[in-house]
Design a protein around this ligand. Structure first.
Ligand code: BYC
Length: 471
């Protein structure tokens, strides 16, 4: 179904055919716009060159044009319905997917949707001040693109809450605008979404590592037996790809510039020459990777086993898995802290270890960035220095490694060694101050800050000196 842009809330779910739902969402809309005004981007702009979804089909789904940010057409877009779709896993495998929420799964599904929904506005809140220090108009435009789409992803979850969860869902939709990232009284639900994103290196790391968790979590919800959730996540994943592109190429460009300075100045300490030292990049990477690993929950979780068995949340690429898709009796290997503080492999029931299974897929994906960034270093003739993912147990707050003292190299260490190592493993106040000192806005078309390389291409075939944002 095509997207109807004549409606107050653009949608492809025939909102006009359900007056009650339409009215409920139209009464949520002003609260959303108020939230956007108060918690969204702080930088005033005239307009921004943005893409807006026009179709959910395979070809040509987006339209590019200049948009005034508060007038962005946030709407409700679900991927096409497949009338033959069947549940692919768990005890209901082979049965038709659900178009309504079965009573017994109401609270679990609502909880999953609320957790997912909570992350979307949280990230906008975390990034709200970045517009004040963008390294170019190209980057500024990408930031706003990410922000409006996270806002739309909130709409996606709010639609599900309003359409399928009655009064309780409407209350939860309201609460999504009341919690705030980093708030003492009512913080966002998941840890990583209460951290700050104060600078653009953090933003690139966030969009590389944390948005990538989003990709994997949405991938599992796309498998859900609850078809409206599946279809909404399928379309969100399309938008998500650009967010990770921003992260991947953002880190590429920082690494590229650092490597150039290292070569030209013949030193690792490029801070004095306006660059970000590789050691600092590594520390930011360590931080963002470890807090993103926390988003997968515990390595063993009865919640996840139940979600899977009942059909609420599948595995990454469930249908490509070569097993019975039920997993009763199946086992898997999980690394954990054993006797005497040694890391050992243990065999666990595959069902309760599904958070771990998803994390394994995620880590393999994260490795592709490391390979790419090290290729950039090698291409600049930097030898002997590489970026690495820290050990999975490093700096963890959730799961079996929470509170363990494990170095990025994977060594379990005592309190004193742990304390002494902090400054070389995680960003120090001095590292953050240096990065912050580089954050100066560059808003002349075609110009770019000196701490990162220019992008390879413009957006949607536009030249690099295109006026992506007008003030
Ligand atoms: N922080 O049984 P466990 C994105 C809680 S990112 C705080 O292991 P489970 C995006 C947990 O709730 C993707 N608490 O957890 C990216 C449980 O509480 P109860 C977001 C945590 O349920 C960038 C207890 O600890 N989407 O989209 O198996 C920009 C025991 O945990 C945390 C989703 O996450 C934490 N990190 O797995 C914008 C998908 N982790 O029951 C957007 C929906 C766990 O004891 N959520 N706890 O009260 C889920 O699938 C699951 O709830 C989780 C946790 C994977 C998060």
């Amino acid at each position: 179904m095509a997207i109807d842009y004549t409606e107050r809330i653009p949608n492809n779910v025939d909102l006009a055919g359900d007056r009650r739902l339409q009215r409920a969402l139209e009464s949520w809309q002003p609260a959303f716009l108020r939230w956007w005004g108060e918690m969204g981007p702080t930088l005033p702009t005239q307009d921004v060159y943005l893409r807006t979804a026009t179709d959910v089909g395979r070809a040509g789904w987006a339209h590019f044009g200049r948009v005034k940010l508060p007038e962005y057409r946030w709407g409700i877009f679900l991927a096409e319905r497949n009338p033959d779709r069947q549940i692919a896993f768990g005890q209901h495998r082979g049965e038709p997917v659900w178009q309504q929420v079965p009573g017994e799964h109401r609270s679990s599904l609502q909880r999953l949707i609320v957790i997912q929904g909570d992350t979307e506005p949280a990230s906008v809140e975390q990034q709200r001040r970045l517009g004040l220090t963008a390294p170019s108009l190209y980057d500024l435009r990408n930031l706003f693109q990410v922000n409006v789409e996270e806002g739309r992803h909130l709409w996606a979850m709010v639609y599900l809450l309003h359409a399928y969860f009655g009064r309780a869902g409407r209350d939860e939709a309201e609460a999504l605008l009341l919690r705030n990232s980093g708030s003492e009284d009512s913080p966002r639900i998941l840890g990583a979404f209460n951290e700050e994103t104060p600078d653009w290196l953090s933003f690139f790391m966030f969009t590389y590592f944390t948005d990538r968790d989003g990709k994997y979590q949405l991938g599992t919800l796309k498998e859900s037996a609850f078809d409206p959730l599946s279809r909404t996540c399928e379309f969100m994943l399309k938008e998500e790809a650009h967010h990770m592109f921003v992260g991947t190429t953002g880190v590429d460009r920082v690494v590229e510039r650092t490597a150039t300075l290292m070569r030209e100045r013949d030193t690792d300490d490029v801070a004095a020459f306006g660059g970000i030292p590789l050691a600092v990049i590594q520390k930011y990477l360590n931080f963002h990777y470890s807090v993103s690993l926390d988003l997968f929950g515990g390595e063993t979780s009865t919640n996840v086993a139940n979600y899977f068995t009942t059909g609420l949340k599948g595995r990454w690429q469930e249908e490509r898995r070569d097993d019975d898709h039920v997993l009763t009796g199946a086992v898997t290997q999980v690394e954990q802290l054993g006797e005497g503080g040694r890391l050992v492999r243990a065999e666990l029931p595959a069902l309760t270890a599904l958070n771990h299974d998803l994390r394994v897929q995620y880590i393999a994906d994260c490795e592709t960035g490391i390979t790419r960034w090290n290729r950039i270093l090698a291409g600049q003739g930097i030898t002997g220095l590489v970026l690495r993912l820290p050990h999975v147990g490093f700096n963890r707050k959730v799961g079996m490694f929470a509170g363990c003292q494990i170095t990025p190299g994977g060594q379990v260490v005592d309190e004193a060694t742990w304390a002494a190592g902090q400054a070389s493993w995680l960003p120090t106040p001095a590292d953050k101050a240096h990065v912050e000192s580089l954050m100066r806005p560059v808003y002349e078309p075609g110009k770019i800050a000196a701490w990162l390389a220019p992008p390879r291409n413009g957006i949607n075939g536009q030249p690099l000196d295109y006026e992506y944002v007008r003030f």
